[in-house]
Ligand binder design. Structure first.
Ligand SMILES: NC(=O)c1ccc[n+]([C@@H]2O[C@H](COP(=O)([O-])OP(=O)(O)OC[C@H]3O[C@@H](n4cnc5c(N)ncnc54)[C@H](O)[C@@H]3O)[C@@H](O)[C@H]2O)c1
Ligand SMILES: O=C(O)C[C@H](O)C(=O)O
Length: 329
């Protein structure tokens, strides 16, 4: 081990993503095998005992990288001194709930968590919001953490990115490792735009290798964009291990950088690039170096892509308006 332990807070620790995520973190996959991690688990009071059970199991794994586990039901304590915050716990949509109800219920979670991050997190805090609606929950948390640089608040579209890679690998009969430069734009919702315009397979254009725009428009894009619903339908529960895996990928690349010659996708605060209104937490093709995400610049956006990016970004704008009206930002 090379350094003193890094504190990582995981909310919703007793949930199904939490159960898949915590063991990946504790085994050293989030930050690097030689970086010791101190886990801080946040749950609601009714689920604290279950989180404590998971903490017992984490101890039983004897992970060399795990420096300790603490369980909290108070966000102020859970985020104290933390350098990485994975905001997984959220209020799921239940029968009869409208989108506004969901946003309001999540405001009750992400407002105090943003404030707690502002109050006590470490100066190098990096936040990834997984809980849905992830982009707008990230916006709510960010707006209650005025002392934290805005770009430290991100939302997860890495699962969508990985889903796109998986589908392309199946279609082309190639390993995922031969693919690069896939992009997800917009919201982590069915309106997202999985974009293969610039994607490359073994040095050649993916679009040319597929040579079937109807498949791209009518099968690939909706399959990736609606994969969450497909998993719920087939598995009987929403994606968990794949979501945890994507969260690990997101933070690993944020901290350790993206590979030379490739990019990934993450929802980060827009600086106005590609016509996405400044401040919206929208997915872009991104690289990371020195612990900072950068939006990949200079990509040509054709008419097909423009319409899809605009539609998803418009949805993000509507969500921002809705939480503004609710007084959540
Ligand atoms: N961005 C993505 O790609 C992506 C992918 C999959 C799932 N999700 C979302 O992630 C979220 C979690 O999914 P899950 O399957 O683990 O759900 P889950 O219901 O199994 O677990 C959620 C946990 O969060 C806890 N929780 C609720 N409010 C909390 C609070 N205020 N503080 C701390 N913990 C709290 C609950 O007690 C529960 O244990 C959902 O919103 C889901 O839609 C996002
Ligand atoms: O789609 C969902 O509701 C769950 C999650 O966001 C997913 O993409 O799997």
């Amino acid at each position: 081990m090379t350094s003193s332990p890094v504190s990582v807070t995981v909310t919703g620790a007793a949930g199904q993503i939490g159960y898949a995520l915590l063991f990946r973190i504790a085994s050293g996959q989030l930050l690097g095998a030689d970086v010791p991690v101190r886990l801080r688990l946040l749950e609601i009071p009714q689920a604290v005992r279950a989180a404590e059970g998971t903490a017992l199991e984490l101890t039983d794994c004897a992970f060399p990288a795990l420096a300790g586990v603490d369980v909290f039901d108070d966000p102020i304590k859970a985020f104290e001194g933390t350098s990485v915050a994975l905001l997984v716990g959220a209020r799921p949509r239940t029968k009869g709930m409208e989108r506004g109800d969901l946003l309001e219920a999540n405001g009750g979670i992400f407002k105090p968590q943003g404030a707690a991050i502002n109050a006590g997190a470490a100066d190098d805090i990096k936040v990834l919001v997984v809980g849905n609606p992830a982009n707008t929950n990230a916006l709510i948390a960010q707006s209650h953490a005025p002392d934290v640089p805005a770009e430290r608040f991100t939302a997860m579209t890495r699962l969508d990115h990985n889903r796109a890679l998986g589908q392309l690998a199946l279609k082309l009969g190639v390993p995922v490792s031969s693919l690069s430069k896939v992009a997800i734009w917009g919201n982590h919702s069915a309106s997202q735009y999985p974009d293969i315009t610039h994607a490359v397979v073994d040095g050649k254009s993916v679009a040319e290798a597929i040579n079937d725009q109807a498949w791209v428009a009518d099968e690939f894009i909706p399959r990736v964009a609606k994969r969450g619903a497909e998993i719920i339908d087939v598995r009987g529960a929403s994606s968990a291990a794949s979501a945890a895996s994507a969260a690990v990928d997101h933070v690993y690349n944020w901290v350790n950088g993206t590979p030379e010659g490739d990019w990934t996708s993450a929802a980060i605060p827009s600086d106005g690039s590609y016509g996405v209104p400044e401040g919206l937490i929208s997915s872009f093709p991104v690289t990371s170096a020195g612990g900072k995400w950068e939006i990949v610049q200079g990509l040509e956006v054709d008419e097909f892509s423009r319409a899809r990016i605009d539609a998803s970004v418009a949805e993000l704008g509507e969500e921002r308006e809705a939480v503004r009206k609710l007084g959540l930002i």
